[in-house]
Ligand binder design. Structure first.
Ligand code: HEC
Length: 154
């Protein structure tokens, strides 16, 4: 064998060796990747992360009440929570018992002066929800005062 032939043979061997190393590294990488992937799946299910989340879920309903906001669970709850509880508390919404007309007017007022975004068809859904679940109280006269701290006129 000539010197030149020997040289080519040995360098081909080196190339083959390098290719084998590369392929092994690739396979190893893929195996490790899938092992990590499998790991997270096991964690999510095995440690019941989902159950933990649902127990702490701020959007859960208990006894017909949306826990985070205190709003009644009824059709339109989701739209109302999404659109009406980010600027002020839902209490402000619940306290105000209005007719549909006055709700639309209040919403218009918030649109014009408080940067409330356009509600589109959700406006009717929300107003229906409010009028149905927080109907205006029809009272002939104001409620009797209770717990009043009277003071002496001087
Ligand atoms: C972009 C912010 C924003 C959003 C969203 C918003 N509001 Fe308001 N709203 C306000 C501000 C600001 C006030 C005035 C608060 C105050 O006076 O302290 C207000 C006041 C109110 C009041 C009291 C009005 C009064 O006459 O005193 C009611 C009722 C009300 N909002 C209901 C709603 C309802 C229902 C929605 C959903 C459709 C909603 N808000 C969404 C900003 C918003």
């Amino acid at each position: 064998m000539s010197e030149q032939n020997k040289f080519w043979k040995s360098s081909r061997r080196i190339y083959r060796f390098l290719i084998v190393v590369c392929v092994l590294a690739l396979v190893l990488g893929i195996v490790i990747f899938y092992m990590n992937h499998g790991d997270t799946d096991i964690k999510e299910n095995g440690e019941n992360e989902y159950t933990t989340f649902s127990n702490d879920d701020p959007d859960r309903i208990e006894d017909g009440i949306h826990v985070r906001t205190g709003l009644v669970d009824a059709p339109g709850l989701q739209e109302t929570v999404t659109n009406c509880t980010s600027c002020h508390s839902a209490k402000l919404v619940m306290q105000n018992r209005m007719s549909a007309e006055r709700w639309h007017a209040t919403i218009r007022w918030m649109r014009e002066t408080q940067n409330l975004w356009p509600l589109g068809e959700n406006e009717d859904i929300i107003v229906d929800y409010l009028v149905t679940n927080y109907p205006p109280k029809n009272k002939g006269r104001r409620e009797t005062l209770t717990d009043v701290d009277w003071y002496e006129l001087k």
